[in-house]
Design a protein around this ligand. Structure first.
Ligand code: PLP
Length: 819
């Protein structure tokens, strides 16, 4: 039941120029040339993103795409391709989606707010899917591009749409409104944070409310819109509140009953109730929004309560973990629609650590497609995404087994059958994507395949890493390249998982400290250029075999490398020249450059790829004069070198803090290190939008009552002021939680409260004063996250964030998330 449009019709809808050489039928909108599954039926939009989409037309053409929306034709001649020429490619995408939306007369819920949009969308989907056929945004595809792509999925089988809209500046909501055309509006939590893209919180709210301008009904929190009463007048409103009683749903009582959250409310002058399986503040508010929406849409209070009590947690993230037998496991057992399957398969392809790619998939429910068409699409997707081994679970997949033409396939009737045979599959050194509908309980499979985790984990959010990368991309002058520093296990965040993400997102260079680090990246599928900062002469052969590029910082290193190259008959090997402009660590000093130039002039064995230097205090105003002096020394040196070489090289001096503070020193490339991981001393935190990438978590192993006169831990340094209780947690100095944090210097977050350490930190454990917190064994404890940042930990013990991050020992498991 896939819909389609003739390209000639699309041309009219988006009001495009250009002529049509072949009137094809389009059913797929393509915005990323790396994600092509159905080239013949795809229409590629050359969108202006961080990079100009027109650069990717050739790639898409090579992959078989013949239909393009562009704002100018490419120079290369592609005689059999249709080019629709428009002034604004994004506007064309939105216009086409809006046109598509208009073909259907269904109820559409439009959701916006500062927080909770995705959860509320997914929960409403869970709550209403028993009787509705629902179409919604995959994951949190709620942007100017994500919304039209989401709305494009609407077809005849649907009778309800649920779409979330996210904006970052003024003028954006009108465009999303035109695409979604919501009939029912839902406003989620409104934060008070002052966003970069808006003058004031009021402006932000007014912009968001534009989503509802044509809604016949609006569901909202009374307090949030107290100052916006005029904007509400013309429509049917359903308000809720936990404070005021002159509303449609007045929640007047909230208590916790055996781990659940029990709410009572007044609705139509009657008392109603609702039990929620979660009790954190965000979940409670999101659930009230859902409760109000159900009532507003005519569900009975009894149905609403019944269904809300069974709400399942929403996890939009893919988890990447180390598995048994050297496997990598990508766990995505929450969603199993075809869109999210595609997203997960893209992630599978992005992680290149193992040659072999395996998919464990369950039957898919509620796709809005006929089963034949659905499994044909699944099989096609599995083939185009280069899955090597397919493991299907469920009777429908069994029935359609013959569609899957892959080297290895296995089918099982249910999860229990697969679990019984799991050992016989000999899963080894492969990347395994686990994806199943909730009822299949695939978490059992993931538990069986994932290495048993020591309960202290470092979680790395790859989306945040990407948004930090984009933050810096946005601050570079046009054409400036990025070298991402992934030395020291990517500042403790892991090696190839991070590198794969950076490679996929087209960073220009990677840098590691030692040859071995580079070799490991090569062995895990990293093919992009890699510079080695400290290449040891003993490792030159490994370096060359793995196409790693050495930094040459002294005459002896230079001589040894040239001798090695000579011996191996290598010519023009790419190297990088390091200038010491003031750090006085390694590098050629200004007075040595002339001699270096003499050597370079007559040398055929190497080719200088770049010349660089390192700033010692790019973030510190008091050293700005010194920084300027460094820049000057560097300029003199690279000019001399380029003169001697007779060709130009890539020049770079800036590290993270230099990027924003010294824009004139960006030259051809910047070396982005700690900023990627969310820390930058030069950028004020509020305005930067940088987010910490890592969360360090542990768990409570025991809770003890301790009297005021007793002592805690080694050498009896710790005690409580009054009788109280302590929690022992599974992290110690061997994990990287240094002894300096002991005796109240360090703090951890226990169930939302910051509590101090007591006594000395021991090797594998330490103790926290939890006298004033409700805790039990097994509770999660946060060492650092976006609330208690690495910067604060660094301050507590008088060090720098770099050291906190890189100290986290390798025995702490890394888990990666991708949303
Ligand atoms: C580590 C390193 C960087 C990155 O520094 P950040 O402050 O983390 O951005 C840049 N250049 C060199 C030579 C480095 O060793």
């Amino acid at each position: 039941m896939q819909h389609s449009y003739a390209i000639s019709d699309i041309k009219q809808v988006i009001n495009a120029g250009g002529n049509i050489v072949d009137d094809t039928i389009i059913n797929t909108l393509l915005t990323d040339s790396r994600r092509i599954n159905n080239p013949a039926g795809s229409l590629f939009f050359a969108l202006d993103g961080r990079r100009d989409g027109h650069e990717f037309i050739a790639d898409a053409y090579t992959a078989g795409v013949r239909n393009f929306v562009v704002n100018h034709r490419p120079d290369t001649i592609m005689p059999d391709a249709n080019f629709l020429v428009v002034a604004d490619v994004l506007a064309a995408l939105q216009a086409l989606a809006a046109h598509h939306r208009k073909q259907f007369n269904l109820d559409v819920i439009g959701i916006t707010g500062s927080n909770g949009k995705t959860i509320v969308k997914e929960w409403l989907y869970q709550l209403m899917s028993p009787e509705k056929s629902i179409v919604r945004n995959p994951k949190s595809y709620n942007s100017q591009i994500g919304v039209p792509v989401s709305v494009w999925q609407v077809n005849e089988t649907h009778n309800l749409g649920i779409f979330e809209a996210g904006i970052s500046t003024t003028g954006e909501m009108d465009k999303l409104e035109a695409v979604i055309q919501p009939t029912i509006g839902v406003l989620t939590h409104i934060g008070t944070a002052h966003d970069e893209g808006f003058e004031s919180p009021e402006e932000k709210l007014s912009e968001k409310l534009k989503l509802f301008k044509n809604c016949k009904q609006l569901i909202y929190n009374y307090e949030a819109l107290i100052d916006h009463k005029d904007e509400l007048k013309t429509r049917e409103c359903f308000s809720w509140s936990r404070k005021f009683n002159q509303v449609d749903l007045y929640v007047f009582s909230e208590t916790t009953i055996s781990g659940k959250y029990y709410m009572r409310a007044m609705y139509k002058e009657k008392e109603i109730e609702c039990l929620l399986p979660y009790r954190d503040e965000a979940s409670v508010e999101n659930a009230i929004v859902c409760w109000a929406t159900m009532l507003a849409m005519g569900y009975s209070p009894v149905d609403a309560d019944d269904r809300i009590e069974r709400l399942a947690a929403v996890s939009m993230r893919l988890e990447l973990k180390h598995g048994i037998n050297d496997c990598s496991i990508i766990d995505d057992s929450y969603n199993s629609d075809i869109q999210s399957l595609e997203i997960a398969l893209n992630f599978l392809n992005q992680q290149n650590q193992h040659q072999k790619k395996t998919l464990i998939l369950s039957d898919i429910y509620q796709s809005g497609l006929q089963r034949d068409a659905l499994y044909k699409q699944v099989a096609q997707l599995v083939t185009t995404k280069h899955v090597d081994r397919f493991i299907g679970v469920g009777t429908s997949l069994q029935e359609y087994a013959s569609l899957f033409n892959l080297p290895q396939t296995h089918f099982y009737a249910d999860t229990a059958a697969l679990l019984k045979e799991l050992g016989k599959l000999h899963l080894q050194e492969e990347t395994i994507l686990i994806k199943g509908s909730r009822s299949f309980e695939f978490e059992k499979i993931s538990r069986a395949l994932v290495q048993k985790a020591h309960e202290t984990v470092l979680e790395i959010n790859l989306n945040t890493l990407l948004s930090n990368l984009n933050f810096y991309k946005g601050r570079l002058k046009p054409g400036v390249k990025i070298m991402a520093m992934v030395k020291a296990f990517s500042y403790g965040s892991g090696t190839f998982e991070v590198a794969n993400m950076l490679q996929y997102n087209k960073v220009d260079y990677l840098a590691v400290a030692y040859t071995d680090e580079g070799v490991e990246l090569r062995e895990n599928g990293i093919t992009m250029p890699i510079m080695v900062l400290n290449p040891e002469p003993e490792s030159y052969d490994k370096l060359v075999v793995n196409k790693l590029e050495p930094a040459i910082y002294s005459f002896s290193l230079f001589d040894e490398f040239v001798k090695f190259a000579q011996g191996e008959d290598i010519i023009n090997y790419p190297v990088h020249i390091k200038i010491d402009s003031g750090m006085h660590r390694v590098g050629f000093e200004a007075f040595e450059v002339e001699t270096l130039c003499d050597l370079l002039e007559i040398n055929q064995y190497i080719r200088v790829q770049s010349v660089y230097s390192h700033l010692v205090a790019s973030d510190a105003e008091q050293h700005d004069m010194f920084t300027m002096q460094q820049i000057k020394i560097f300029e003199t040196a690279y000019k001399q070198i380029e003169d001697a070489l007779g060709y130009t090289v890539i020049k770079h001096i800036s590290n993270t803090s230099g990027i924003t503070r010294w824009p004139n020193a960006q030259y051809d490339m910047v070396r982005l290190g700690i900023g990627l991981y969310g820390v930058d001393a030069a950028v004020p935190r509020e305005e930067s939008g940088l987010q910490p990438v890592a969360t360090l978590k542990t768990t409570i192993s025991q809770v003890k009552k301790v009297a005021a006169n007793e002592t805690i831990s080694y050498n009896r340094n710790g005690s409580l002021k009054t009788d109280g209780k302590i929690a022992t947690v599974r992290i110690g100095y061997a994990d990287g939680y240094l002894r300096a944090f002991g005796n109240g210097v360090g703090r951890m977050l226990v169930n939302g409260t910051l509590v101090p350490t007591v006594g000395n930190i021991t090797m594998d454990m330490c103790m926290l004063d939890v006298s004033n917190v409700e805790v039990k064994e097994g509770d999660e404890v946060i060492v650092f996250n976006e609330q208690q940042r690495i910067e604060e930990l660094a301050l507590q013990i008088g060090t720098i964030p770099y050291e906190i991050l890189t100290n986290i020992s390798q025995r702490v498991k890394r888990v990666y998330f991708y949303e």
